[in-house]
Structure formats: C-alpha cells, structure tokens
Write a protein that binds this ligand. Structure first.
Ligand SMILES: [Zn+2]
Length: 1070
C-alpha cells in the first residue's frame, strides 16, 4: 500500500507534547489490550503519547490525519492529501462533492466507474448490451465506443442462438450498466419476431450506427438459451437474432474475441444443439427445464465469481481504504486492502448488505433486498493497521446521549459554541459536561476533534466505570477450564494422552494483555465419564489431588481453593497431573458419558470464583448415562424431505435451554471439541456452545495419526485467540429504522440486548434492520454498535463501532451499493435459522423467490426496458445467483439422506457464527491450479471457477473453502511434478486418500507448502488436507465443492439455476 502523499498529522502522531489534548480527557492508558497488533506499530509515526491513547501514536497507514468531520459536517474540506481516498459518495449526498476526488478514483464504486478493460473482458462478455441506459444516471450513449457496435453485431448474426461474444467495452459501463444475459426462451427463437416483443424498436442488427441515442442499441447476443425451451434444430431467426448479415462473418467462429475469454467464447462450441448440457434441472422445476434438444451454453457466458474477485483485486487491491465517506462500498472481502479509519468502522468490523438504504419502508418492501449489517466486533486487525484507541472519560464514564444512550461519536453535532451537542441518532440536544467542554472552530468542529478518537474515528474503546460492572465490582480475570472425557473411546484413540501432552506447552500461550508478564487467565482441570473428577492443583501441593463427584444430578464444585490457578505458579503440579491423567484411566472400561452436568460444573466453578471464562470440553459420544441432559439416538433419515425434517435440527430443550441461560448469565463460553464415532445428537450438544459465543469442532472417527495435528492446530488457535467475555451488545440506529433481528452465536433475553458469554475474533453477528419511519437522504442512516465486555486482563470496556450509510429514494442507488458477499451471509444465516421452524423445502423456495424478486425489481425499476428474454443483473449483484445456488446446495439445506444428520447440524452451527469472509469462501471455494504455478512467484496462483470443466487430466488443483482443503491430482498429472511433491515416480504410486504431503527440498514442494501455509493463516479454523486422485472414491468429497456444477446430493448447476431464476423473473414481470 502506498502512503504517498498521506499527511500524518497530529493528534495521534504527536509525541509527548501533543498530548496536551489528552491530559484531561484520556487519562492513563489502560493496560495494553491484547487485540490488534499493538506490538508492531507501523513505521512512519513518532512515539506514542505516553499515557494517552492506547496504541503508540504510530501507524503505518498513519492515524487519523486531518480528519474531516467528513460527511457529517457541511463544507468540510479535506482529503486532498489522500491520494487513496475513496471516491465521492453517491450523488445523493451533497456534502460528498466537497471531497473532490475524481470519479475515476480506483475506489469509485464499481458500478459507477468505467471498469477497466480487464474487467470487461470477462464473463460479462457474453452479455447483452441491450438496454443499457440506466434510469437514474443516464450517460450519453454516444459515449459508447464504436467498437461495441462493430464487433458484436456480426457475431450476433452469425449463427443465431448460442453465440456469445464479448460485447462490452469498458467505457460502456460508465454508468453502472446492468449486466445482461440472455437466457433466451425457446419460444422466442421459434416464433416471435422482434417486434412481437413489445420491445422498443431496436436498430436492426447490422445497421446499428456506432453511436446512437439512448438507449444504446442492443447488442444481443446469443444466448444462454435455456434448455427447455424447445429450441430445436438450427437456430431460427429470433427476436434479436435477425438473419445473418454479411458482417456476421467478419469474425469467424472460433476466432479470438477481444479479451481473455475470447477464444473460449467463440462460436464453435456453441453452435449446435447438444444434449446433456443440463443434466439436472433446478429442483422443483425439473420438468420445465427439460426439453428435447438442448443447447450447450458456454459457461464463460455467465458471470464469473473468480473474475469479479480478480477485477476487484486489480482495481482496489493494495490500496488504502479511507473510511471518511458516508455510504461508500468497501472493496470485496477477498481483496487485499488496508483500512484507515476516518470516522466509519472498518469493513472488517462491520459490513452491510447495501450502503444505500431506501428512504421508505415501501421501497424496502418492494425491492426485497435485506437491509443488514454483519458485525464482527473483535475482528483481527492486520499488523499494518492501527489497533483501536482507548478512551477514558474518567469517573463519570463515557459521555452518552441522555435520551437514546448512544455513546459519544463522530455523528454528534456540537452547537451553541460547544456547550451543547445534538445526538446524531435521536436528535436530542444534550448539555456538554463541563469537563468535556471545548471550543468550536470556524467550521463548527471541536478544536480537539482530532485528538479524541471518539470524535473522529469509527471504532474505539471506552474504559467502562463500575456502573458497567456486575454488582458494581470490577470483574476478575477470566478462567479457562479444560474438561476431558476419559471414557473408553478417548483413552483408546490416544486422544487423552495427546491433549495432556499438548496442554503442558499450550498453557504458556494463553492470551495476555500486552506488556503483561504472564496471562491473567486462571486455569482448571476436570476429567469425566459418568462421574466427574476435579483436581486441586494449588502451587503449594507436591501432588495434585482428585475429588470425585458422582452425584451428577446436583452438580457442585467440591473445592474452591486450588481449582482455578495461575499456570505459571502451579506449573509443576499441573504438569504432574497432565502426566498422570492418561495412566489413571488407561484401563477404563467405562464407555458411558454425561454432558450437561459437565457444563453445569464449569458454570458453577466460574460462579464460585466470581469470574467469566471458557470451558474447553473434549467429548466423544452421545451422553447416555443417567443424568440431566441424557440424550438418546433420535436420528431418523426417514424424516428427510418431510415436514418433520426440521425436528432433526431442533435441540432437545429443557435442561439445555436452562444451561444456556446459566452460562450466559455467568459469562461462561463453551467450546466443544467432539470426537464421535457415531451419531451424537449434534443439534442438541451444539446448542449451548452456539448460544454462548463458543466454537464447535468435530473430528469424526478420530485417529491420532490421521487427525491429530488437525485437532491440535484448532486447539492451539482457539486457546490463543483474542476474545472478550461476559459481553452485551446493543445496536443503536438513527431515527427511521432500527435493528429488528439478530443472527449469530448469541443469546437474546429481550429484543434489543444481544448477550454473548464471550465473543472472539472469528464470531460475527448478522443484524437486520427495518424501517419504522422515513429516512432522509440528507441525514442518511447511522448506526452504532456498542459492546460492553470484560478483557482477558479483567478490565471492563466498551467497544464502539460506528457506521454511516446513505439513503436514497432511488432504488438504483440501493442496487448500485449492494454487497453480494454480505447479502449471501445474511441469506445463509436467516435460512439456517428458519430451517428450525419451517420445512426445508419452504426455506429453499423462499430463497429462490426472494432472489427472483430482487432481480425482477431491479429489472423493472432500474434497468432500461429491454426484451424479456434478457436476464439483467445489477452489476453489484451479478454473481449473487451463483452464491445463492451454492447456499441451496449446502449440506444443511439440501436435504439428502446421504448426508449425516450430525454433519448437517454441525454445518449449520458453523455458518451461524460466520462473518462475510467465511461465508464467501465457503459458498464459493477457491480452486487453485498448481500444475501451472510459477515457483519463482510469491503469490498464490489465480483461482479458476469451481466447475469440473476447469479441471484437466494433466492438472493438479488445490481447493479450499475455509473448512476443508483438497489436493486433486489428475490421472495424467506430470510425473515430474508428482516426484517433486510426493517423492514417488508417478500417479500410480500414490496412495489413495492420503493426507500427508512430504516437505521436500525442491522449488515445487516449497511453493506448494508456502501456498498452503499462506491460505491456512487466512482461515479461522485449521483445514485438514485431503489428497484426492482423479477417479478415486474419495473424489466425491472433493467434487461436492465444485459449486457451479450440479450438486452431488441434489441441487442445480449454476447455469440451470440462472435459467430457472430468469424464468421466475419473467413471470414476476408479466
Ligand atoms: Zn440520542
């Protein structure tokens, strides 16, 4: 990232002297927080003001330089110095213009800016250019480059239907042109002449002048003809397929067309009717999809996620995203960018489904685009970004609006010479406390604005006062309790020994406040099967002492002193215990276990110690022993596909429901590591973890040699990760809308407070908003997420994330500002919650219907009228259908008896806690070609589309989706490559279903290991590598992740789904 031209001015960059501004307001710096990369202040800044702001006042990207009160204040000038600033906000916000960035800025919304050539060369290719003009922002059509009309027409006429070409020159996209595809229904080709379409007169193809009045001429392309459509025989003249003109032959089929995909898009393969292209119709509508002669459509003709990802990386990658503009759409989650907070929370913390909310509830209802924010309050901040500053308002606590209780933030408007401020959320006018008074400058901003994070930044923390603590007492540091199931299975598999060995070193890595000598977190140990064993590991003891509790019905903790200890102090006793545990139970025959009493014991221990904490439970089997929460096998595949299928995912209530409440009340997070050999009723066992901010890990048929390292990697990361405890979160909004629904690993005891026993760096909460009044374009939509929590050091803090969005009465603005990755996260979580209460078939139908409704609304209201045969997608949502189709095929939703109920329930829990980055890669895995990798390059090879068509017998591919990783080897894979990577002479010498990849001393091996390691570092969970040989049985595991293809367990191919959705859209529009 370049920082050229960046002005690193005060507040935060001032060393000592500059601290003046903080002396009163900030107070002493709290103990170093463990989040963020505090240790590595980016260069370029001077020493941090001691005692003031938390992080050293240095930052790579520089701290808030001259902050502009930005969009909030009128007439504020700024930004000139920031070359990387984002583009001006949407036109609807007048204040934006003051920033003066050229619209061409790299950050300019994709929809608005002329995409670089690169961009258009892709899938957008085969789209129809027809009806380009956009309603709202008409661009002179004359700007359309002539080429457009020179090249496309010819091809168009060549062979009617299935041709494709690249029609879109960049310039053409100047004003967010919708993507268009023609999924031509058969009938059209057969019967309807163009005029019959009721379409505005089009220039006859071949006669289109290079420039025309708007709307621009349609460059129709041939088509994604949907199979069904009874298109038979050679293409006949169709609506947009006028008779061949001479020009049509100028470009021969097969001749490269401009752009990377040119060759592939060439006519030949499209030319004749082919069968089998649509093996499976979209579920529920197979019959319509089936039709006699089928045309094989070129997959390159439909929008490609890999291309969209690559384009965004090219356009915005490596840049600094400055958050000073209201409603600006951030780069994609897959893009590598640096965030500079200048008044709005980083997209790492908050990402929205659209950055322009509709002004009215009616508009929102009409477009059906969910209004939501995905909040990851503890998201990891990269080392080159500034960690959160800490603000101390002293004994009176953080300054808040008297009416709505919103915390002081950049959206508060100071008036009356600085004596009062108007709340940006509820408009209430508040007095400024005397100790907080500050004069205003000539622009109405406080003189100390840039010295106070809460006045100039989107995210920061406040030190909470005793008023924010339970019983008005400062909290104790949290405790981690390790609870090991020592029943027969876990002993026999070697798991118990593995855990005990690992803990000896792992406990040295407990998270600690920066600067602290050792972690403040206390540790405790329990082993159990049908009964529980507690251990006294007080440092004064020579030997650990065991206390047994066999009455699991009334769980209590038999010892207080000596159970939760400091690891450093008790290390010898703890190591002694960890050495003994595997031996103590080596001869066990006990195979029955309890589970709820184990969780209860953990809660009671934390309660007795008056602290919050986390339970690490290592469990093997369904708890069938006589005890509260006893479970029985209720798996029933016969329910799959019926109205009762949902019951498979509903947890057993009663004991577990109460347990969740107890855990949340105590700030007790439950992490469950499961090692099942059979059904364990995951839906119930995962219930407590999933409502306490905990994580669930599952290692079926655990074998130390096979999954040992995978498990240890997960455990290590889980123990070390940054986390906050006993959290309560509230999302406040400006007037006119409010947060109505929350999806995530949380507990809600009322409708507004989100309770999380803990929240770590991987957990994200998805919040849906609804209108309760009209929003104004001028005020926009502001939101503030406030999270009260206890740090690992035992300090009570308030973490604040603020975000401001635009509002518009134009739906086109909303569609232009959509964020597909965030949208799909919302849909995934809402569907996964709905599946507990509705038949899965209904849930799937709702998803498809809503997809069609959103796109139909865009078509109707935002796109220029065009032939119904064209599928027109908003630019910002052009790959939405492929993600939606992938979601429909996920194990939880697909409804196949071939999938294990526990796996489906497990997958559901995982997704419910995911952030946008995680759902994106899960629903569209990265498929990386390795056979062509450049061993001298540092980068990961560009991924290809997730389809079997992209594989080749001579190829080798790595696929990862954040949960699993596969190395697929084609049968004709180069022996040299095999030798280099596996140290065996050929494909035939490789074992099937291998999981180990030797580390060899050659460039290819080093490169592959470096790719794998780099990917692993980006993911929240460790991924076990599975090596899959083409045509081996295990290949099915790999193939189910090729999400553009027809699902192995049901579900349509991407192409079929697109055709199906198009049909639905057409129905909605008629
Ligand atoms: Zn207020």
């Amino acid at each position: 990232m370049s920082q050229q031209g960046y002005v690193a001015t005060p507040p935060y960059s001032q060393a000592q002297a500059g601290m003046g501004g903080y002396s009163t307001g900030f107070g002493n710096p709290p103990p170093q927080s463990h989040y963020g990369a505090y240790g590595s202040p980016p260069q370029g800044y001077s020493a941090p003001p001691t005692g003031v702001l938390k992080p050293p006042a240095s930052s790579p990207s520089g701290m808030p330089p001259i902050l502009v009160s930005s969009q909030y204040g009128a007439n504020i000038q700024q930004n000139g110095a920031h070359p990387h600033s984002f583009a001006p906000p949407a036109a609807s916000d007048p204040s934006m213009s003051s920033y003066g960035q050229p619209p061409q800025s790299a950050f300019y919304s994709m929809a608005q800016s002329p995409p670089p050539t690169q961009q258009l060369t892709n899938q957008m290719s085969s789209m129809n250019i027809a009806g380009y003009g956009q309603r709202p922002m008409q661009s002179p059509s004359s700007s359309a480059p002539p080429q457009q009309f020179q090249t496309s027409p010819p091809q168009q006429f060549q062979t009617s239907p299935p041709q494709q070409f690249q029609t879109s020159p960049p310039q053409q996209f100047q004003t967010s042109p919708p993507q268009q595809f023609q999924t031509s229904p058969p009938q059209q080709f057969q019967t309807s002449p163009p005029s019959a379409m009721g379409h505005p007169p089009l220039s006859p193809p071949g006669q289109q002048p290079p420039s025309l009045g708007s709307p621009p001429p349609m460059a129709t392309m041939g088509s994604m003809s949907a199979p069904p459509m009874g298109m038979s025989g050679p293409p006949g003249p169709g609506v947009h397929q006028p008779p061949l003109g001479p020009q049509g032959y100028q470009q021969q089929p097969g001749s490269p067309i401009a752009g990377p995909y040119g060759a592939q898009m060439a006519g030949p393969q499209m030319a004749g009717p082919q069968t089998g292209a649509f093996p499976g119709g979209f579920p529920g509508a197979p019959s319509q999809m089936a039709g006699p002669p089928q045309k094989k459509l070129d997959p390159d003709s439909i929008p490609s996620p890999t291309q969209v990802i690559e384009d965004d990386q090219v356009k915005r990658g490596g840049q600094v995203y400055v958050s000073n503009v209201r409603g600006q759409v951030p780069p994609l989650v897959t893009t590598d960018f640096t965030v500079q907070d200048q008044g709005n929370a980083s997209p790492r913390f908050m990402r929205c489904t659209t950055y322009s909310f509709p002004c009215t509830a009616d508009l929102a209802k009409q477009c059906k685009v969910p209004l939501a924010a995905i909040i990851k309050p503890f998201a990891t901040v990269p080392k080159n970004e500034t960690p959160l500053y800490i603000v101390n308002h002293g004994e009176t606590g953080p300054i808040r609006c008297n009416r709505c209780k919103a915390y002081m933030c950049p959206y508060m408007q100071f008036i009356d010479g600085g004596r009062r401020y108007q709340c940006g959320f509820c408009s209430c006018v508040n007095e400024v406390p005397a100790q907080y008074f500050q004069h205003l400058d000539h622009m109405g901003r406080r003189m100390d604005m840039y010295e106070r994070p809460e006045l100039s930044l989107g995210s920061y923390e406040f030190i909470a006062t005793l008023d924010y603590c339970k019983n008005n007492k400062p909290p104790n540091p949290p405790a981690y309790i390790f609870m090991i199931d020592v029943s027969y299975n876990n002993i026999k598999s070697g798991l118990v020994k593995l855990i005990c060995e690992e803990l000896k070193t792992l406990l040295d890595r407990l998270p600690k406040e920066e600067g602290a000598e050792s972690s403040a977190i206390k540790v405790g140990f329990v082993t159990y099967n049908k009964i529980l064993h507690f251990y006294n590991v007080k440092s004064a003891l020579a030997q650990p002492q065991m206390m047994v509790v066999s009455d699991v019905a009334e769980m209590f903790v038999p010892l207080l002193d000596g159970f939760l200890v400091n690891f450093q102090e008790s290390r010898p006793v703890i190591n002694n215990l960890l050495d003994q545990i595997p031996d103590m139970f080596a001869d066990t025959n006990e195979s029955e276990t309890v589970f709820a009493p184990v969780v209860q014991a953990g809660v009671e221990a934390l309660k007795a110690a008056e602290c919050s904490g986390k339970l690490f439970i290592f469990h093997s089997s369904i708890p069938t022993a006589e005890a509260p929460g006893k479970l029985k096998n209720r798996d029933d595949k016969k329910l799959v596909g019926t109205e009762k299928e949902k019951t498979l995912f509903q947890p057993q209530r009663g004991v577990y429901e109460q347990l969740t409440k107890d855990c949340v009340a105590q700030g007790c997070c439950v992490d469950l590591f499961l090692f099942p050999n059979q059904y364990v009723d995951m839906a119930t066992m995962g219930d407590v973890p999933s409502h306490t901010g905990g994580s669930i890990y599952k290692y079926s048929n655990f074998q130390v040699e096979v999954n040992g390292q995978h498990f240890l990697n997960d455990l290590k990361r889980d123990v070390e990760k940054s986390i906050g405890f006993d959290a309560i979160m509230r999302v406040r909004t400006g007037t006119g809308f409010r947060a109505t629904d929350f999806f995530g690993a949380v507990h809600m005891s009322n409708t507004t407070d989100v309770e999380m026993a803990a929240v770590d760096c991987d957990k994200a909460l998805t919040v849906e908003f609804k209108h309760d009044d009209t929003l104004s374009e001028e005020a926009g939509a502001v939101m503030q997420c406030a999270l009260l929590y206890t740090t690992i050091g035992g300090e009570r803090r308030l973490r604040i994330h603020n975000l401001s969005l635009n509002c518009s009465a134009q739906l086109s603005e909303l569609f232009k500002s959509c964020e597909t990755d965030a949208l799909i996260n919302f849909f995934a979580k809402s569907a996964y919650r709905a599946m507990l209460n509705q038949p899965l078939k209904a849930v799937r139908e709702i998803l498809v219907n809503q997809t069609a409704h959103m796109l139909a609304c865009y078509r109707k209201n935002c796109a220029t009228p065009s032939a119904a045969s064209q599928l027109i997608l908003p630019d910002a949502m052009k790959v939405f259908p492929v993600y939606m189709n992938s979601l429909l095929k996920t194990p939880s939703l697909v409804g196949s008896t071939e999938l294990s109920t526990d796996d489906r329930a497990f997958y559901r829990f995982m997704v419910m806690a995911m952030g946008v980055e995680e759902t994106q890669v899960l629903l569209y895995p990265r498929l990386i070609p390795l056979h062509t990798m450049d061993v001298s390059s540092e980068s990961i090879p560009a991924p290809v589309r997730c389809s079997e068509e992209r594989l080749s017998e001579s190829g080798m591919f790595l696929l990862e989706n954040g949960l699993s990783m596969f190395l697929w080897l084609g049968q004709a894979c180069s022996p040299d490559l095999i030798q280099n990577l596996f140290n065996v002479p050929s494909f035939g010498h490789l074992n099937s279903e291998g999981t180990s990849l030797p580390v060899l001393d050659n460039a290819h091996s080093r490169k592959l290991h470096s790719i794998i390691s780099s990917i692993s570092q980006q993911r929240a969970t460790s991924m076990k590598l599975l090596i899959v040989k083409q045509k081996d049985r295990a290949e099915m595991l790999f193939r189910q992740h090729l999400v553009e293809d027809k699902g192995l367990h049901g579900g349509a191919s991407y192409m079929d789904f697109l055709c199906y959705v198009h049909r639905e859209i057409r129905q909605l529009l008629t």
